[in-house]
Design a protein around this ligand. Structure first.
Ligand code: FES
Length: 104
């Protein structure tokens, strides 16, 4: 699993999502109270960008902007239809000021 530097700590505002394109992967990073989660930016239902959707901090989920499926940021599993397949979830760690993601 190659590790790549995704961004700097602070590049994603608390409670927000942001898209990053690294090494051919389209990723969605979400900051919940200083904890970063990274999932595939591509909805598993159709090709829409999850980072443009709404973040649900209490549920630790993000909502697809197109048809409203919500995805767990910890498991990638869809919590509501129409999506039925999970999105990828990536391991994240912070080194100094860098946010490092483990890619498959
Ligand atoms: S494209 Fe995401 S729920 Fe349809």
């Amino acid at each position: 699993m190659p590790d790549v530097t995704l961004c700097k700590v602070g590049d994603v505002a608390d409670g927000a999502a942001r898209r990053f394109d690294v090494d051919g992967h389209r990723l969605c990073a979400v900051n919940l109270g200083g904890r970063l989660f990274v999932v595939d930016d591509r909805c598993s239902h159709e090709d829409y960008s999850l980072s443009e959707g709404e973040v649900w901090p209490d549920e630790c989920e993000i909502e697809c902007p197109k048809h409203g499926s919500t995805f767990s940021l910890t498991t990638g599993e869809p919590q509501t239809l129409p999506a039925t397949r999970p999105v990828g979830v990536y391991g994240v760690r912070v080194e100094g000021d860098d946010v490092i993601v483990a890619l498959p």
